[in-house]
Structure formats: structure tokens, C-alpha cells
Design a protein around this ligand. Structure first.
Ligand SMILES: NC(=O)c1ccc[n+]([C@@H]2O[C@H](COP(=O)([O-])OP(=O)(O)OC[C@H]3O[C@@H](n4cnc5c(N)ncnc54)[C@H](O)[C@@H]3O)[C@@H](O)[C@H]2O)c1
Length: 252
């Protein structure tokens, strides 16, 4: 197994890509702390891991609470004696153009899509520096390498968090800490509800995906989970500061 003995902390692990990644990390032998704002969802993910013979504990955590986020990561490291992997995944998508969204919408986007990753990475780096190893994976989006229509808050914050991931990579490479940005394209989860509404419903979204993505389909959660395992493990040991785009060529 690729991650035997490693300890991983995941945010927004109660559904979608966060959950799929947590299950895949556990299947490779990592011990998981699966956190989510929704307690039942976090518990369900932990139960899925335990029932397949893995090691996991659930934690209720809203990543917009700086102190709770910092404490959750440093307590995890203290209790397990190490922290090898941080997958900082929670994010928000508020659709709209400059003249359609408010400063409050922009602040909310920044808070989740940039600031919470900053706080999580800061807590993880404090542990990983002493340990002299670690892999930080920050979920961005292919919206961080392209420009979507009428998505100013999302595209701006996802571009920003890729820049931050690269800066973390440069600053901590000498400490043997890697930091990469995960950039999925369209993955069929509840996360796309806002975009679906903006498009005019499910059928319109499916038409859009079929027509605008060169591979003609959504990506699957498992396809992203494979990349999470890759970035977490020594399979990517010389890769840092990379924005790994997995989007069926949508952004090309
Ligand atoms: N699904 C996609 O197509 C797609 C594409 C690119 C990037 N992403 C990114 O992936 C992340 C989430 O996508 P998903 O598809 O896994 O979503 P999802 O809707 O399937 O799951 C989101 C999870 O996040 C949790 N959550 C929401 N706000 C939170 C908070 N403040 N603190 C802690 N947990 C919180 C929810 O409870 C839920 O369990 C976001 O960062 C998003 O930008 C998704």
C-alpha cells in the first residue's frame, strides 16, 4: 500500500470529491481524520472507511472558523504523533458577474476558497517543518487556469489559491514539504447546483458538458480520488507547486 502508516487530515470529506479522496487515501493504508461542517456526513464517511477495514475518525469542522481549523489540525498531529497529508478541500461557488454579485459574496468566496486554505496550510506546515516531510493538497479548480463566463468570485479566488499553493511550494521545498493544487473540471456532485441553476436546469447542464468538454462527459469522483492519492504519496515525490488539471481537456 502506498500510504501505510501515514496520517491524513481532510476538510469537506463528508461528500463528493472530499469523501472519494478520503476513501482512496484510507484504502492505501493512511489513517484519516475526516472533517466536514455537517456532522452526519463526516460520520458517514468515517463509517464507510471503518467498514472496509480502514482507520478513520470523524470530526465536525467548519473551515471558516480559523481557531477551530487550526486546533483541529494541530490536535490531530499531537494525537497521532505526525501529520503526513493535508487535503484542504472545502470551497464555495457563487455565480455571477461583477455587476451581479455583492462585496459580501466576494468576501465569502475569498474566505472559503483562499483564506481557509491559508489557515489550514499554516497549521500543517508548523507540524510538517518539524517532521521534515509532508504533502499538502489544496483543492482549486480548472477555473483557476481558465476564465468561466459569469463566475467572477469563483474564478478569481481559484486563480489566487493556485498562486498561494505555488508560493507555499517554493517556500517549504527545502523542508521536504510539497504543496500542489488539485484542479478538477466538471465532476458530477451537488457542488454544481449553482451552475446548474445558472445554466437553466439539469438538461441544459448535461448539454453543456457534452458539447463543451472535449471528452464529452463529466469526470468521476474516482478519477479525482486517484489524483489525490498520487499527490499524497511518494509517486509524486519530485512534484511540488503543480496545478494538476483533470478536466477532460475543457480548459485547453
Ligand atoms: N464538483 C466539481 O465539479 C468541482 C470542480 C472543481 C473544483 N471543485 C472543488 O471541490 C470542492 C468541493 O466540491 P465537491 O464536488 O466535493 O462538493 P460536494 O458538494 O459534493 O461536497 C461539499 C462538502 O463540503 C462541505 N462543506 C461546505 N462548506 C463547508 C465548510 N465551510 N466547512 C467544512 N465543510 C464544508 C459540505 O458539507 C459537503 O460535505 C470545492 O473546493 C470546489 O471548488 C469541485
Amino acid at each position: 500500500m502506498l500510504l501505510q502508516g501515514r496520517v491524513a487530515f481532510v476538510t469537506a470529506a463528508g461528500a463528493g470529491i472530499g469523501r472519494a479522496g478520503a476513501l482512496a487515501l484510507a484504502a492505501e493504508g493512511a489513517r484519516l481524520v475526516v472533517s466536514d461542517r455537517d456532522p452526519a456526513s463526516a460520520s458517514a464517511t468515517a463509517a464507510m472507511i471503518l467498514s472496509s477495514g480502514g482507520a478513520a475518525e470523524a470530526m465536525t469542522l467548519d473551515v471558516t472558523d480559523d481557531d477551530a481549523l487550526t486546533r483541529a489540525i494541530s490536535d490531530t498531529a499531537s494525537r497521532y504523533g505526525r501529520l503526513d497529508i493535508l487535503h484542504s478541500h472545502a470551497g464555495i461557488q457563487i455565480p455571477g458577474r461583477l455587476d451581479q454579485i455583492t462585496t459580501g459574496d466576494m468576501d465569502a468566496s475569498w474566505r472559503l476558497n483562499v483564506r481557509a486554505h491559508f489557515v489550514a496550510a499554516q497549521a500543517a506546515v508548523a507540524v510538517m517543518k518539524v517532521q521534515r516531510s509532508g504533502s499538502i493538497i489544496i483543492t482549486a479548480s480548472n477555473s483557476g487556469v481558465q476564465y468561466d463566463r459569469e463566475m467572477i468570485a469563483y474564478a478569481t479566488t481559484k486563480h489566487a489559491v493556485i498562486a498561494m499553493s505555488k508560493q507555499i511550494a517554493v517556500d517549504y521545498a527545502r523542508h521536504n514539504i510539497r504543496c500542489n493544487a488539485l484542479c478538477p473540471g466538471f465532476i458530477d456532485t451537488t457542488f454544481n447546483a449553482g451552475f446548474e441553476a445558472q445554466m437553466g436546469g439539469r438538461a441544459a447542464l448535461e448539454d453543456y458538458v457534452a458539447g463543451s468538454i472535449p471528452m464529452g462527459r463529466f469526470g468521476t469522483m474516482d478519477e479525482i480520488a486517484d489524483s489525490i492519492v498520487f499527490l499524497a504519496s511518494d509517486r509524486s515525490s519530485f512534484m511540488t507547486g503543480h496545478a494538476l488539471v483533470i478536466d477532460g481537456a475543457e480548459s485547453l
